[in-house]
Design a protein around this ligand. Structure first.
Ligand code: CA2
Length: 145
């Protein structure tokens, strides 16, 4: 079994509850259930987390350094602001896939830049919540699982 962290940033706890035209109707609990089902097929154990606090996300990335085989991260709005999350990811040596539910490049100019993309091995944007599953498949491929 490989171990994958799936980390979600601020406001993603509101998924499926507001702005469905941008983020769809699935809740974060639905996304977690879908990810866990796929992970079982791929031979992955998941640690699935969401936080509105930057330091908690950083702490999970540090924790992942100990034992994880990969990180899937949707940093939410921290994508566009957080050098601290970038620094934490730079200290993680295994694959990192950045996921955005919406196509950030089709949205406001301030969403076009991602600090996390400076580290990510791959970036998925605009494929809705399907992006999470695709990211898990990519990590399975990269880790040879
Ligand atoms: O498209 C994405 O996944 C984003 O990472 C989502 C972030 C946004 O700041 C990024 O630019 C792109 C926002 C997540 C907020 O999620 C909500 C979901 C439902 C209702 C309100 C917010």
């Amino acid at each position: 079994m490989s171990l994958v962290y799936v980390l979600n940033g601020p406001n993603l706890n509101l998924l499926g509850k507001r702005q469905p035209q941008i983020y769809g109707h699935e809740t974060l609990a639905d996304v977690e259930a879908d990810c866990r089902k796929l992970a079982a097929e791929l031979g992955q154990t998941l640690r699935f987390h969401q936080s509105n606090r930057e330091y908690e996300i950083i702490d999970w990335i540090h924790e992942a350094r100990e034992d994880a085989d990969g990180i899937v991260i949707n940093p939410g709005a921290f994508t566009h602001t957080s050098i601290a999350i970038l620094d934490a990811l730079n200290a993680f040596e295994k694959p990192v896939i950045e996921v955005h539910i919406s196509n950030i490049h089709k949205r406001e100019a301030f969403r076009h830049h991602s600090y996390v993309s400076l580290r990510a091995d791959g970036v998925i944007a605009g494929l809705g919540v399907q992006g999470y599953g695709l990211a898990l498949r990519r990590i399975a491929h990269l880790t040879g699982a």
